[in-house]
Design a protein around this ligand. Sequence first.
Ligand SMILES: C[S@@+](CC[C@H](N)C(=O)[O-])C[C@H]1O[C@@H](n2cnc3c(N)ncnc32)[C@H](O)[C@@H]1O
Length: 388
Amino acid sequence: MSQFFVSTSKGLEDALTNELMDMGFMHPRKTNAGVYLDCNWEDVYKINLNSRIASRVLKPVLDFIAYQPDEFYNQVFKNHDFTKYIKPNESFMIDASVTDCKMSDQRFVALKLKDAICDQFREKYDVRPDINKDFPTVKFYVKGYKNKFSIAIDTTGESLFLRGYRNNAGAAPLKENLAAAIISMTGWKKDIPIVDLTCGSGTILIEAALMALNVAPGAFRKKFGFENFISFNREKWSKVVDETVSQEKEEVPFKFYGYDSDRTVLKKAKENAERAGVDHLIEFRCEDLSTIQPPCEKGIVIMNPPYGVRLGDLDNLRDVYRDLGFTLKNRFKGWDCYILSGNKELTYDLKLKSNQKFFLYNGPLECRLLKYSIKEEKEIKKPSEVSV
Ligand SMILES: C[S@@+](CC[C@H](N)C(=O)[O-])C[C@H]1O[C@@H](n2cnc3c(N)ncnc32)[C@H](O)[C@@H]1O
């Protein structure tokens, strides 16, 4: 067992911790924008393939303190063998971030790390790997904070939120792992329909449909970073893939419903759903939210209406929120509705009282996921039934 770091977006740490525990991992340790976990390489394959909320899985390999460039170089050169991950004729790249360090220039820190790694290869093989910024064989991360440096190896490759089914997005799409985290925060048990009244490119519904069918979020990827490692165990990887695929279902006994007033974005949503293989489960309809009727008797609403940062201007949006509040209050009685919003003022226009709040980030923007349990209409007694 070794320690790994599973990273995610800020605000999704709890959702990721729960997901990892559901996957059977004991004692994940939550920290800023991620979770530390003790596990083996087979588990790393499993997390990369199956986590809907993680961004990447990193293997921390070296921690040290350094104030000067030579000190930094020597620590790397002497204390960890970087030649064991890739062959000398392959390539790597470095991602550096530095805060409050004496070596304050992150490009310079990356350069020193590169020199130390290349010199290890030169000493051992007389050749050094190339630097490849676009398609490296392996990516190293170096993070410096108050002169403490940590170096980690990326096992993921392209970030996990890029599932691969979404070539077409609307103007303000949710990241796929944020959509999945929102669904998990609602406590949805994969047993009732989900309705999205402003579905855009369909991310929430496509993620939900994949969850319902137990299709791994990594099912569409061509390659993971760990497949390039010298130590990659193809047999173990095949076992993980087979186990995952054996859980897949083809059908569920309910549907998902997506509405949007923009016909063009709905076309993209349909194409995305087709690429994800879930188009048979999602009904997309072009309709303004002011006129939508519930498409089924019981379900939950999960949606992120526009909130003014990227789409629409504020006055128009106030009308959209008033319409939304009216639709939910009058037509979705007895439903739980979850709304992601980045604008508190606009949510006042819903004229609904939320009964639960989650704080999260959509990119750099602090948002809330608000739960509204819409009251069932009280039975109005006929005057003849009223006892006197
Ligand atoms: C923030 S985007 C949703 C993004 C979506 N979750 C995704 O991942 O692509 C908001 C969507 O609301 C739609 N919209 C705006 N006003 C609407 C209205 N009055 N009725 C229905 N849809 C509306 C926009 O066309 C846009 O696609």
